[in-house]
Write a protein that binds this ligand. Sequence first.
Ligand code: PLP
Length: 393
Amino acid sequence: MNAPIRNHFLQIPGPTNSPHAVLQASARPTIDHRGSEFAEETMGLLADLKRIFGTTQPVVVYPCSGTGAWEAALVNVLSPGDHILAYETGHFSSLWRELAERLGLVVDYVPGDWRSGVDAERIFERLSRDRTQKVKAVTVVHNETSTGVTSDIPAVRSAIDAAGHSALLLVDTISSLGSIPYEHEGWKVDVTIAASQKGLMVPPGLGFNAVSAKALEASQHARLPRAYWSWRAILAANEDGFFPYTPATNLLMALRTALNLLEGEGMAAVYARHARYAAATRAAVEGWGLEVVCRNPKEYSHTLTGVVTPEQFHADLVRQRILQSFDMSLGAGLGRHAGKIFRIGHVGAMTDLTLAGALCGIEMGLGLSSVPIKRAGVTAALNYLEATLPVDI
Ligand code: PLP
């Protein structure tokens, strides 16, 4: 295949575009993962990683995708037959539930409509009824990537506390970490699950568990079988900057550079940038006269926007048209949203002009697909971007 002249427009909600500096870091010659240079770099990396999660407690890094990090979280703190309370926010909460069931856990799945976030009141009700404290963990997805809906994690924490319940709180931040404000320790989360390929702007291949003291304590007694995923051996080796097996050395080098870039920009600015791009995207959707999947404005995701296509138009045909005409990938509708929505990723390394370009491609693609839209989306987004340009740009 000939090398393309221009970059493909990757506007899926992860994996995201990695900055050149991050890719270049991953292309450095691999170093000895049992040598002192690696150990020194790892010690610094693990320390800095804590800041992104908002924790002073350990962050475990795995060579895996987000699903591996989910499994790691469950097997480290739970035992066969344990009950967990999971909340249905969309496709990813459903996959997490399936994985838990395959591991032999009993899942009480609070039904949701795939257009709203977690209703903490329903968590409170369920836990208040659990007088014998049978539920050992509550699992929620912070930012449901299949819908573009963000849930209020402090409200979930308060619900657990208000019910006087001892369940651990496990939160998936795979599409929010590093792009939507998050505080592992401040929000009293027990295990935060994350991955490299979205807000952290690193290619896929690293999974994370940020763990609380309570989760570490639970891991001492948990009986689900675990070997590769066990926190214990990893944390012991991490003390000296090593891993008990071959780590994804080059992805760790990429992560080092990505953290430098994020911290160089400043996390407050990074979060504000994502919020601004999300608002500009919604302005475009409204300008086209289309509907955003997320029902509650307080739950709008800053990293992606789900867009409903009118009933007689298959969303995947629109996506295909956009790919063919403009070499741009958009996220497909997943699970029950398949064919009915498309998802615009505005997460990771982006600028005003990449967002503007993406929205232009979508407006033209909708037109080429004969979807009846008003031609006011791009204009609305550009007006928003112009009016909200940060002063120091
Ligand atoms: N959870 C969320 C919120 C996700 O967005 C994804 C993937 O997009 C996953 C879990 C699964 O992660 P992975 O595909 O990296 O295994």
